[in-house]
Ligand binder design. Structure first.
Ligand SMILES: Nc1ncnc2c1ncn2[C@@H]1O[C@H](COP(=O)(O)OP(=O)(O)OP(=O)(O)O)[C@@H](O)[C@H]1O
Ligand SMILES: [Mg+2]
Length: 260
């Protein structure tokens, strides 16, 4: 039977994934409650992005199961995972570079539209009305993330920080229950990172659960309700930021780096 248990919008159970001889993820389990910000940290190559790729249907796990918003998703294609309620951004930004920001966000929403291809071709009144609604909502989302919806700039000419914000707007356009952000602060300066922090807090306040991969430890520790730590594909710790900062295994994994 499917359903949401204990307010858990993400339930990952014993997910494993190997690439040839390399074990990228080994029996990973992780639960995230509705409204939480959960950090996912770990050294380079720890398996963080691989876990996102599994959750979003890009790879299938070798074993293990996971539910998004109560629905089993381990066998679903990416667009159906989005429908189940999980949207994401990418470590290497994946926008349509030769479209404007607004067009990028509008594309994000089409996963939810009721008018199919035929309706779109014949431009029924209903389709035109829906298109207008999509544009309005996309404009509002751009303002929400701090971008100007009226700029005609192509997205590949936007600053790095703005492209990352635009990816978040596009993810939000799918009306997600959970958004998974893969290093959203990468390439941002201190001011942009501060704005990102405010944006993520607003997104959470507005009811969207967040799974956050981030190397900016200060951002993670200041923002997250809980943090899971991967090292060589194994979850070595999970807990509140303060406990994670003092965890010996975590400190060892980051040897040479800094957790403060
Ligand atoms: N498609 C693939 N084919 C082969 N190996 C892969 C593939 N995807 C990931 N890997 C390997 O799996 C391991 C985990 O990679 P992953 O990208 O998940 O790490 P990560 O924690 O996101 O690291 P980073 O912090 O550098 O982004 C790495 O050793 C990587 O080389
Ligand atoms: Mg990665």
């Amino acid at each position: 039977m499917q359903g949401i248990r204990n307010n858990l919008v993400v339930e990952i159970n014993d997910v494993s994934k190997s690439f040839g001889g390399l074990v990228a993820l080994s029996d990973i389990s992780l639960d995230i409650k509705q409204g939480e910000i959960c950090g996912l940290i770990g050294p380079n190559g720890a398996g963080k992005t691989t876990l996102f790729n599994i959750l979003t249907g890009i790879y299938s796990p070798d074993s293990g199961v996971f539910k998004i918003n109560g629905q089993e998703c381990q066998n679903l294609k990416p667009h159906l995972v989005v429908k189940a309620g999980l949207a994401r951004t990418f470590q290497n930004i994946r926008l349509f570079g030769n479209m404007t920001g607004l067009e990028n966000v509008m594309v994000g929403q089409h996963v939810r539209t009721k008018v199919g291809v035929v309706g779109a071709i014949f431009r029924h009144r209903y389709a035109r009305q829906e298109e207008r609604q999509i544009e309005e909502k996309s404009r509002a989302l751009m303002v929400y993330v701090g971008l100007d919806p009226d700029t005609n700039q192509l997205s590949n000419t936007l600053s790095y920080g703005d492209q990352r914000r635009l990816e978040i707007a596009r993810a939000l356009a799918t009306d997600p229950v959970v958004i998974a952000l893969d290093e959203p602060a990468a390439g941002m300066n201190a001011t942009e990172t501060g704005e990102l922090r405010d944006l993520l807090m607003r997104i959470r306040k507005d009811g969207v659960t967040i799974l956050l991969i981030e190397h900016d430890v200060k951002l993670v520790m200041g923002l997250c309700d809980k943090v899971a730590v991967l090292d060589y594909g194994v979850k070595i710790a999970e807990g509140k930021p303060n406990a994670i900062k003092q965890n010996k295994d975590v400190i060892r994994a980051y040897l040479g780096g800094s957790l403060s």
